[in-house]
Ligand binder design. Structure first.
Ligand code: TYD
Length: 138
């Protein structure tokens, strides 16, 4: 993953403050079927450590900050999420790890599919095998 893909959520601000509107299929590159958020993460806790076969997500840190490591099987990239106006795009078959959550961090995630435990790959060797299977042989 040489470059991380981000989407911008321009704030609709006025003198009262700011507002961000997120529209399925417009501001994010997929139809949103599920929204969840991670908050109250304890100090020193790391989350994730899995990939999905068929799930696209956009992660936005609406309060606080955290770090996300994305790994496509050949390149690992680290992203700092610290803005309610920037979403990190996470495609299919990407191993993700989340670290260094601030105490106040609220990480909002928009997802292209409903929750499906069967879509998770929680073993890194299995993830690498799935990536190899997905690539056309030359
Ligand atoms: P998990 O995906 O393992 O969290 P993380 O990757 O952030 O460490 O999810 C934690 C728990 O929440 C697990 O029991 C599954 C459940 N869960 C749902 O029921 N629905 C959801 O949409 C998500 C994301 C998790």
């Amino acid at each position: 993953m040489n470059s991380l893909e981000w989407v911008s959520f321009p704030p609709l601000g006025d003198d009262r403050g700011s507002l961000v509107a997120i529209e399925a299929g417009k501001t994010v590159p997929f139809e949103i079927k599920r929204v969840y958020y991670i908050f109250g993460t304890q100090e020193g806790v790391a989350r994730g450590f899995h990939a999905h076969r068929n799930l696209k997500q956009v992660a936005v840190c609406v309060i606080g900050h955290c770090e996300m490591t994305l790994d496509n099987g050949s390149v690992r990239s680290m992203a700092r999420l610290d803005s309610p106006t920037k979403g990190l795009v996470i495609g299919d078959l990407v191993w993700r790890e989340m670290h260094n959550f601030s105490e106040d961090c609220v990480l909002l995630v928009l997802a292209s599919e409903h929750y499906d435990e069967g879509d998770y790959i929680r073993d890194y060797a299995e993830f690498l095998a799935a990536v190899a299977d997905s690539q056309p042989s030359v």
